[in-house]
Design a protein around this ligand. Structure first.
Ligand code: AMP
Length: 267
């Protein structure tokens, strides 16, 4: 299910945090990593007058390659196959999504700086962009979390999308012997569907998974991040943003990616 992974790195500290969690991908059956650094041209295009783009690209390429090769060696030392994708030049989100398709990977892992810059506040971050545009699961890492797959928080709004996300939660929980917390948040005016939550709990238990259901009330993304902290969850699972107004204003996934301290798996 998750055999081949694209690791997108800008070589920043935040994106290198992922390397500490590499051994934990073993239980998922991961075999291959493709390592990608995009030479970010959006950074220089605004001030490009007078800059020789070709030599800028060559310079970044020369500077990145030894570091990318070193990362590949580290990945191989852990026991996976690793391939450095020749750094393409362009806009990071589009290039990451394009290479993921070309390389037929099953999942993208990446870091997130959060929304510190004005550009990120206005346009969303690289992680948010990739999550929105990729068709495969994306796992966004924050600070280092030990035992990433030991306690999974599965946010469930009882929608069809959240139901589908459940197949990943189950797969990982069974493969890595994780426990699962199903978090369901009631928004204003919503009625608790106890039967459906019981059914979900029974379903997980039936598969031999240690599961607990937690019901919260209020703003879903805020409550999900809060429950993850209270429950000491090591990874949050959330469905990809929907269409329409909600995705323009920022989805549940965007908020969780921004505020979670633990990795966020979006599918
Ligand atoms: P964000 O802070 O959400 O903009 O996302 C930062 C993360 O996006 C980094 O940790 C990388 O995983 C990925 N990323 C950003 N820029 C690049 C790039 N030029 N090449 C590859 N990955 C990138």
């Amino acid at each position: 299910m998750l055999k081949r992974i694209l690791y997108a790195t800008d070589l920043s500290e935040k994106s290198l945090v992922i390397l500490n969690s590499l051994p934990e991908f073993k239980c998922l059956g991961v075999k291959d990593f493709v390592i990608l650094r995009v030479i970010n041209l959006t950074r220089i295009l605004g001030v490009a007058r007078g800059i020789d783009i070709e030599s800028y690209i060559r310079e970044i390429e020369k500077e990145s390659m030894p570091k990318l090769e070193e990362i590949a060696k580290e990945i191989e030392r852990v026991g996976y196959r690793a391939k450095v994708y020749p750094p393409p030049a362009g806009e990071p989100v589009s290039e990451i999504v394009r290479v993921a398709e070309e390389e037929k990977v099953d999942m993208i892992v990446m870091g997130s700086r959060g929304r510190s810059s004005l550009k990120a506040i206005l346009l969303g971050s690289t992680a948010e962009g990739v999550v929105r545009r990729a068709k495969i699961p994306v796992m966004v890492f924050k600070d280092h979390t030990p035992s990433v797959f030991s306690k999974l928080l599965y946010s469930h709004d009882l929608s069809e999308k959240a139901e589908k996300l459940g197949s990943y939660v189950k797969f990982i929980a069974k493969a890595c012997n994780s426990s699962v917390v199903v978090a369901h948040i009631l928004e204003k005016g919503e009625v608790l569907e106890e039967d459906r939550l019981d059914e979900i709990e029974r379903d997980f238990r039936g598969e031999g998974i240690d599961v607990k259901v937690v019901v919260g009330e209020g703003n879903p993304p805020k409550e999900i991040v809060k429950i993850a902290e209270i429950e000491n969850a090591t990874c949050i699972f959330v469905g990809r943003s929907g269409k329409g107004l909600r995705s323009i204003l920022g989805s549940t996934a965007d908020f969780i990616i921004r505020y979670s301290k633990v990795p966020v798996f979006v599918a």
